[in-house]
Unconditional design. Sequence first.
Length: 290
Amino acid sequence: MPIILALALSAFGAENSLVSGPVETVRGGHQFTEGPLYLPGGPLLFSDIPADTIFRANGTLFRMPSGQSNGLTLDREGRLIACEHKNRRVTRTEQDGAVTVLAERYQGKRLNSPNDAIVRSDGVLYFTDPPYGLSGGLKDPEAELGFCGVYKIDVAGKLILLVDDFVTPNGLALSPDEKTLYIADTQNKHVRAFDVVPDGTVSNSRIFCELPGPDGMKIDRDGRIWCTASDGVRVYDASGKLLETVAFPEVPSNCAFGDEDGHTLYVTARKGVYKVRTVSEGIRPMGSSK
């Protein structure tokens, strides 16, 4: 039986809480979990970075080695996109199991360690590239770029640098209308928002909210941002107002909406994976059932 934890209360009263059930344990005993992704019809996948493995929710192996994968998502055809922390690249797994490298170098120089990714409805892929996979950060002898970027891969497969002034770009998400891109900067303790134009480039950078240790994030269909932080999963409205903080037994690293109705938030948190039912339906990758 899953371990059931106390239900977190919203900042404006339990009757207005955005979660509708208790936090439950899905898995425990891992090394460092990340990249939750609910596949159409199940199961949940997640990365265990030090274990160099992508696991299913029942603990069976989905892929090993995984290149120490971190963030996972799906493209429009339902193919797995993985940010490979150790291999310093972004890959796509084809339907026959073959792995295609989507991005590995920018202007001839190796990427730092791709962290998280999201695919826009037209197929444009965005990903972040902090230095977490380099033991010495940007000062590591193997670091080649000298900055931490946010990139897009256009539908023709071209890699384009969008932003290069983040300290540690991490989780990212698009608003429901795909006109705003949210990106966490973990070390700077804030989430920035950008306007997105039709070609996928961004402008008008501004601080959306400040919070401790922002990491992975997802968006619900009402435009609320669910962002993992050092004190739980924080929920903000589109204006940047904090609505609720949902507590977890371990510090969360990332989250993803799942189950067939999209009303379950799965959260990776250090050695465990957890879930909680939500009032709102979450936005899932285009290759999912919704």
